[in-house]
Write a protein that binds this ligand. Structure first.
Ligand SMILES: C[S@@+](CC[C@H](N)C(=O)[O-])C[C@H]1O[C@@H](n2cnc3c(N)ncnc32)[C@H](O)[C@@H]1O
Length: 435
């Protein structure tokens, strides 16, 4: 395959193309590189770039210069598959890298176009780009490092480039999990850090399990966004669940805002008890606590729970299983004490609210699992009733999840709907290979 690289700064590529595996590709005659400067396609006294149309938008690489470069390279190596490097392009990941490796091998000629300044003229993108690629959600000074990153990621998938021992199929972001921790031989302690004994035990099955387990642990705690959308098998799903901190949910019928901004109590709702219990059961929440200090309310809930612990089992076994998670409590402090007794650690308190409340330092989004899970403590998700949790209660919490938002001003969801949405956004995963 012939790879043309169009750039403003060709010198940047000299060492890169003459080092390690990228160099080896040329030696093995798998790839040849042709780095060309946009300036070589400018007429005397002509500039590569011109001011952007419209006020104050910087300089843009001119389409006529791109045209001459593209025509010359296509004439030299044959019609190319053209990839424009741009922050607005398709995000490069392992899947795209693998797909591009196939395209690179099928095509006689691939061209990478690296922009500078404010980028390459949009008309040239429209005319020539077969694909636009971004290497991440940040802006570089130019597309040259992006072109090099793309080459490094893609070429690893070309057969014969990477040795068998470093199998790319096992790499981070190739499956559900990132890579497991690796250690260089000999397996001795270094600066107080040791190598897990299992790695030198010679027990291959145990070693494989250990590595898988460590990979799952790192992935869940540090890359849940990835795991959420790339969980492949049921086995992976159970490893994910193993490494998620235990979650609990509490529905507060006390310490909530009632009429005129006063703090008070609210009545229990049987629908909420059933439906939130079923959501909790789906997402593996350990217990669903109902907090009310009112004796009469306790009696109502106990009657219902007694039904599901008795006759209800035969009536609807699944529902009985879900309702089994429900635990009545007098206060939030009692709930915290119960969890601490069970887990040996106090839970982190994560409040929820339909409106902007709390302190900015408490606020987290539905993508901030790592901020919470890094503490390695159980998590208690707190839901309010009536007009929501009191400020006093929210101020006690370690974190406050941002309100659920859609595309209207309306977000007055029932607490059972809010609980289902929040559990899914926070803990839900999409199993990609359903059997
Ligand atoms: C300063 S940037 C232009 C940024 C542009 N104004 C924007 O906000 O999208 C100049 C060039 O760097 C390259 N570049 C910058 N960030 C990139 C990224 N994340 N992925 C791929 N190319 C990038 C592109 O080739 C781009 O044309």
């Amino acid at each position: 395959m012939n790879i043309s690289i169009a750039t403003v700064f060709p010198d940047l590529y000299r060492d890169f193309l003459n080092t390690s595996l990228i160099k080896r590709l040329q030696e093995k005659e798998i790839a040849s590189y042709d780095v060309v400067s946009f300036s070589s396609f400018c007429n005397p006294k002509e500039r590569i770039d011109a001011p952007a149309v419209g006020h104050g938008a910087g300089m843009v690489i001119r389409p006529e210069v791109v045209e001459r470069l593209v025509d010359a390279q296509d004439k030299k190596w044959g019609k190319s598959y053209k990839i424009f490097l741009t922050p607005q392009g398709k995000k490069l990941d392992q899947t795209l890298s693998e797909q591009l490796a196939k395209i690179f091998q099928e095509q006689k000629h691939v061209m990478l176009l690296a922009g500078r300044y404010e980028g390459i003229d949009q008309r040239a993108h429209e005319e020539y780009a077969d694909l636009e690629v971004s290497i991440g959600d940040y802006v570089l000074m130019g597309g040259d490092l992006a072109a090099m990153v793309l080459l490094e990621a893609v070429m690893r998938y070309v057969p014969g480039v990477v040795g068998k021992d470093d199998s790319v199929a096992m790499d981070s972001f190739s499956g559900t999990f990132v890579d497991f921790p690796t250690y260089a031989t000999p397996a001795k302690d270094w600066r107080g850090h040791s190598v897990p004994e299992i790695l030198t035990s010679g027990n291959h099955a145990a070693l494989k399990n250990h590595r898988n387990d460590k990979a799952a642990q790192r992935s869940v705690r540090g890359h849940f966004g990835w795991v959420k959308n790339h969980c492949r098998t049921k086995e992976d799903k159970s490893l994910v669940s193993k490494h998620m901190p235990h979650h609990y949910l509490v529905l507060m019928h006390d310490n909530v805002l009632v009429q005129d901004g006063k703090i008070g109590t609210s009545s229990v709702t049987t629908l909420d008890i059933h439906d939130i219990a079923r959501s909790c059961c789906t997402y593996g929440v350990k217990n669903y606590f109902l907090v009310t200090p009112l004796v009469d309310q306790h009696k109502i809930v106990e009657t219902m729970l007694n039904f599901w612990h008795g006759a209800g089992i035969d009536y609807n076994r699944g529902r009985a299983q879900a309702v089994d998670l429900v635990q009545l409590s007098q206060s939030l402090d009692q709930v915290i004490a119960d969890i601490e007794k069970k887990e040996g650690k106090k839970p982190l308190l994560v409040a929820t609210s339909a409106k902007q409340q709390g302190d900015a330092s408490q606020r987290i989004t539905f993508f901030d699992q790592d901020k919470v899970w890094v503490h390695d403590r159980p998590v208690l998700l707190i839901f309010g009733t009536a007009k929501g949790l009191s400020d006093e209660l929210i101020n006690r919490c370690d974190f406050l999840l941002l309100p659920i938002d859609g595309f209207t001003e309306f977000n007055h969801l029932s607490v059972r709907s809010a609980a289902a949405i929040i559990l899914d956004r926070w803990m839900g995963i999409n199993l990609t290979e359903v059997d």
